[in-house]
Design a protein around this ligand. Structure first.
Ligand code: GAL
Length: 946
């Protein structure tokens, strides 16, 4: 599976480079079009855990200034001193760094969340002037307030939607520094599960020509029109941030997966300044290779826009040719073939990393699900990352894409629109879900709200049905099921038949079911210790066993399929327990992605094209168990199974595809073996053996190398072995790791919902024989390796060398060393009499002193003028500082708190550099310029305190 997705990745990269090639060639003759457009902003952030109080606004002057654009105070202001803050690289989830705390919210995994601040500075080239500039934040948990250059530019009211911020009007260029400040309120909760805290998805700086395709501005989703004919009703939305109306030629082309041009369409529109406009281009094509879950073929759509024959913007999107249908009698069809949805619901977090999950760990999780036989994934209960959807497209996993906030008022409609616009080209997306389990589902109000939300979706995409995951209200006279295309059942399996009977023309799917409880690797329940066995006997009051849940679906053709709660365990919601349990018991896999019994159970039920046979439990029972009956289960899709203990046949059973097969076997140490047969031929075996004590450690990876791109992350399995090299299933040794070479440990886990060991650091205990350490590469430009040592008391250590391949790092917006910018300046009236540089400005004077800024020159109309800046806060923990006034033009004297600190005699622009002792006492800087009327004076660069 991995090989396949790696190959696909390489092909995709190759395809994109190939498709972009003509643009680079063209760009040699046109302006700037070859310049990269997308820069990661992930590096170089300053972070402060906890809130930073804003200064109290008091007094006339401050109140006046506070009410003005671009004058943010405190940590939101460019002139804030953040040099003591931690420097980090995004994505970041500070909740996963916190200790477990019994007083924190159980739902959020007993992690304190609170507030946090992030700041980052960047520069723009002077040639960027005139371009359209956008900041993108793909996900911040949970509420975010964003300032750029002291201007409040955005408030994001959802931890799962992206923010796209046009910074063109207030960006600074050349020597000037841009400052982003973000206050994150992670006390805000949108879920009853672990949501993490902080900027946990990618951040980008986008540079486009003034006439450009807007973000998520290409809609190119193939629709079938005849037996073999298809059309792509393309829609391209462009924007003009420039000054003049422009005539724009648009072109959309379809390419095969192997990059053969199939067809091209054109259109032409005028676009006025500061307007957005959509243009349509239809591409027709016949007999495409279809996208399916087994062969997820992807085509490429290249969109370019031109002005005067010069390309000004281009975008490559992927699409898939496939049809979907939900039928009220016979369920779901992909490409006209019936296919039961074998789905799981999941939250987005993983062991060790919280919600800041690297893409390669997302890929690892999807691979594990595919291996289990999953073909559908419900993003519970929020939109996923865009990288997640790209992976589902490539791997052939169908997605129920779910909106977070159920609300039809404008801000929430905006969130829903964003989701559909961003995700509507992905062939993997087959359902839009507008809500999960809403109390208003059985009411007129709920119905009216869903009608409107469904309408919002359909204005943007009519090719997928709208659903809502209902856990009640289905039989109320007015209810939400009347406003959706496919009714989602959360649990309520008792009502499948009645609802179908009463609503025979309504399509149904289970949107959530089962909610079974299991502790991975445990086969004895101990409720006092919060341990639940793996025999599929325990589930939530509202759920079913894994086996019954699937039988109910599999035997009802009118139900499209299921979405089991849940594919993986997740932090938080540790039902049926509370403290000290801190993560869930629902997963078919644990928090690390280690399979539980339920994983093999569904694998046996869902995989049809190869034999599956798995035997539980382990065979390491204590001496006093000898002779006592142990429950043995075989999870298999073969016809019949024979069971042997120490070579002796214990019996043969025909496999029951729903219930599976159970034996009660008097325990004897040794080897228990299951042999599977089809048509009287042996086609599969599995065995469990009694091992000796652990004597050594082993670590292994599911991939042979890691990419040295600074992003690739590798989950590494850690276990203990006996003298014969066999995995010891009940080992709990504490392992310490040392990593050398260009990589770092970013998280650790072991799948124990009751563990309070930190998820960061360099050590972890095995839980029922397993632990996971996740490493992430640093950037390297030649092939090398990293070495991971695993050491445990009394065990033979293990050393693993992992090749690191030279990587192609992302393009990053350069990190500039963090400086305190002195950017709030006032300019005195100009006078021919030498003014007192330390004069007090009257509190109520808003007019005789004018706000001014650095980065420009002013013409003198008299002999003298003072530039004045006051530090809002003393510098923290600083004795000495360095004040730098870059490119000061004109004769000038610099006064610090009334004392002359520097004298510049030349008129020519020059840097002024002043060493300040006792810098923490500095309150006020005044620059007295002197010249004659007509002279140009001012500070052309920045003023910085370092
Ligand atoms: C459902 C809910 C899920 C999860 C699950 C646990 O009602 O939609 O988010 O809480 O219960 O059984």
């Amino acid at each position: 599976m991995f090989k396949k997705s790696l190959l696909q990745y390489i092909l995709t990269m190759f395809a994109i480079l190939f498709l972009l090639k003509p643009f680079s060639i063209k760009a040699q003759t046109s302006s700037n079009t070859a310049l990269p457009k997308k820069f990661s902003l992930n590096k170089g952030w300053k972070f402060h855990l906890g809130d930073v109080e804003f200064p109290v606004v008091r007094g006339h002057y401050m109140s006046y200034a506070n009410a003005k654009a671009g004058t943010a105070w405190g940590a939101a202001a460019p002139d804030y001193d953040d040099h003591n803050w931690r420097t980090l690289t995004l994505p970041h989830d500070w909740a996963s760094e916190q200790p477990f705390d019994s007083t924190a919210n159980l739902s959020q995994g007993y992690r304190n969340r609170g507030f946090g601040w992030y700041r980052r500075q960047f520069k723009l080239d002077s040639t960027d002037r005139g371009k359209y500039l956008e900041l993108q934040f793909e996900g911040i948990a949970t509420y975010a307030t964003i300032w750029v250059n002291g201007l409040l530019v955005h408030r994001n009211w959802c931890g799962y939607t992206s923010s796209y911020i046009d910074i063109t009007p207030f960006a600074k260029y050349g020597d000037q520094v841009n400052t982003i400040a973000i206050r994150v309120d992670a006390n805000a909760q949108e879920g009853w599960w672990y949501e993490g805290a902080g900027i946990y998805r990618n951040t980008w700086l986008i540079k486009r020509e003034s006439v450009h395709i807007i973000t998520d501005g290409v809609y190119a989703n193939p629709v079938k029109t005849g037996a073999t004919t298809w059309t792509i009703p393309g829609e391209i939305t462009i924007e003009n941030s420039g000054n003049d109306t422009r005539q724009v030629d648009l072109e959309m082309s379809l390419y095969t997966p192997d990059l053969k041009l199939l067809t091209t369409g054109h259109s032409s529109i005028d676009i006025k300044p500061l307007c957005k406009k959509a243009s349509n281009i239809t591409l027709n094509y016949s007999d495409p290779r279809l996208w399916s879950v087994s062969i997820p073929t992807l085509y490429y759509v290249k969109t370019i826009i031109k002005i005067d024959s010069q390309i000004v913007d281009s975008l490559i999107t992927k699409c898939g040719f496939r049809t979907i249908k939900f039928d009220a009698d016979s369920g779901f069809y992909l490409n006209n073939q019936r296919l039961k949805l074998q789905g799981v619901c999941n939250h987005q977090d993983h062991a060790g990393v919280g919600v800041a999950v690297p893409d390669s760990i997302v890929a690892f999780r999807l691979r594990k699900l595919k291996e289990m036989g999953v073909n559908a994934y419900r993003c519970a209960h929020n939109p996923p990352s865009v990288q997640f959807l790209n992976l589902c497209d490539e791997m052939g996993i169908m997605v129920m894409d779910e909106n977070r906030n159920f609300n039809s008022s404008p801000e929430y409609v905006r969130q829903l629109q964003w989701m559909v616009r961003r995700d509507r080209n992905h062939p993997s997306v087959i359902l839009w879900s507008v809500f999960n389990e809403e109390p208003m589902q059985g009411s007129e109000i709920g119905y009216q709200m869903v009608r409107r939300m469904s309408h919002t979706v359909k204005e943007l995409d009519t090719t997928r049905p709208v659903t809502a995951a209902m856990n009640g209200g289905l039989f109320d006279p007015v209810n939400v099921s009347q406003a959706v295309d496919v009714v989602g059942f959360n649990y309520q399996s008792y009502a499948y038949d009645r609802f179908h009977k009463e609503n025979p023309t309504t399509a149904l799917t289970s949107s959530e079911d089962v909610s079974g409880f299991m502790t991975r690797g445990a086969f004895t329940t101990n409720k006092a210790k919060h341990i639940l066995d793996s025999y599929d006997t325990q589930y939530a009051m509202w759920g079913t066993s894994q086996r019954k849940g699937w039988k109910l679906i599999a035997e009802r053709p009118f139900i499209a399929g299921n979405f089991i709660w849940s594919g993986f365990d997740y932090h938080g919601e540790p039902s049926p327990f509370g403290w000290p349990s801190a993560s869930s018991f629902f997963g078919l896999m644990d928090l690390c992605g280690f399979p539980k019994m339920a994983y093999y159970l569904h694998q046996a039920q869902w995989i049809k094209d190869k034999p599956v046979l798995h035997l539980i439990p382990h065979w390491n029972w204590p001496a006093d168990s000898i002779g006592k009956k142990i429950k043995v289960m075989v999870l298999s899709n073969v016809e019949s199974v024979k069971l042997y203990l120490n070579g002796q046949l214990l019996g043969e059973q025909k496999v029951d595809p729903y219930e599976m097969n159970t034996w009660m076997i008097p325990y004897q140490p040794g080897t228990l073996k299951a042999v599977g047969f089809a048509k009287n031929k042996q086609i599969a075996t599995d065995l469990v053996a009694t091992t000796g004590d652990a004597v050594s450690v082993r670590i292994s990876t599911d991939r042979l190398f890691i990419n040295g791109d600074g992003l690739d992350a590798l989950p590494i399995t850690v276990e203990a072995l006996d003298t014969k090299g066999r995995h010891v299933p009940n080992a709990s040794d504490h392992i310490k790791f040392t990593l050398t070479g260009p990589a770092r440990i970013i998280g650790l886990g072991n799948g124990d919902p009751n563990s309070h060991e930190p998820e960061k650091g360099d050590q972890r205990s095995l839980f029922n024989g397993l632990a996971q350490v996740i490493i992430q590469s640093n950037e390297v430009n030649k092939d090398t390796q990293v070495t991971l040592h695993a050491i445990a008391k009394g065990l033979k250590p293990f050393v693993l060398k992992i090749p690191v391949k030279a990587g192609r790092p992302l393009l990053y917006a350069p990190v500039i060393s963090s400086t305190l910018l002195i950017d709030k300046w006032l300019m005195s009236p100009m006078t021919d009499q030498k003014p007192d540089p330390d004069q007090v400005i009257a509190e109520n004077d808003m007019n005789s002193w004018q706000p001014t800024s650095t980065g420009k020159l002013t013409t003198l109309t008299a002999q003298y003028v003072i530039f004045r800046s006051s530090l809002s806060k003393p510098l923290a923990n600083v004795e000495k500082a360095h004040l730098l006034l870059k490119k000061a033009a004109g004769k000038a004297k610099v006064y610090i708190d009334g004392h002359l600190a520097y004298q510049k005699i030349d008129q020519e622009p020059a840097d002024i550099s002043i060493e300040i002792e006792q810098a923490q006492l500095v309150k006020q800087i005044s620059v007295l310029f002197e010249g004659k009327a007509g002279d140009r004076i001012g500070i052309m660069g920045t003023v910085e305190l370092k």
